[in-house]
Ligand binder design. Structure first.
Ligand SMILES: [Zn+2]
Length: 122
């Protein structure tokens, strides 16, 4: 069964909860995603939400390494793993531009996590 959008009549894959074209929820009871700003029929990326996603990911995935640089203490480095959650969420987004940010964030966070774990081992 495909999911046809009530707003723009775009035919979506049946596992989509939101219209891939306009972002309208396809399942009753779902709120429109906060990461999009509605501008007529076309969803625009919410730039503030993207910037917050970048800041959160960088702080989480690189925090352990910078903490180690400052203190030579690796006690919080294992928590940098949480920095991977936001990119993994974004690379599954229904909108291509959002997946692109997810891939960029994935590389940023993987580098930070790799460094954090490297300094634990050494
Ligand atoms: Zn739609």
């Amino acid at each position: 069964m495909t999911r046809i959008c009530e707003n723009c009549e775009f035919v979506n894959q049946d596992d989509y909860d939101y219209c891939a074209k306009c972002g309208t929820p396809l399942v009753e009871g779902l709120e429109p995603k906060q990461i999009y700003v509605y501008n007529g029929a076309r969803p625009q990326l919410n730039k503030k939400a993207i910037i917050i996603a970048y800041i959160l990911t960088i702080v989480l995935s690189w925090g352990g390494f910078f903490w180690w640089l400052a203190t030579k203490n690796t006690s919080i480095n294992a928590f940098t793993f949480f920095g991977l959650f936001m990119p993994f969420y974004l690379i599954q987004a229904p909108i291509r531009e959002l997946r692109k940010h997810g891939i960029i964030l994935l590389f940023i966070s993987l580098a930070g996590v790799a460094l954090s774990f490297y300094v634990i081992m050494n």
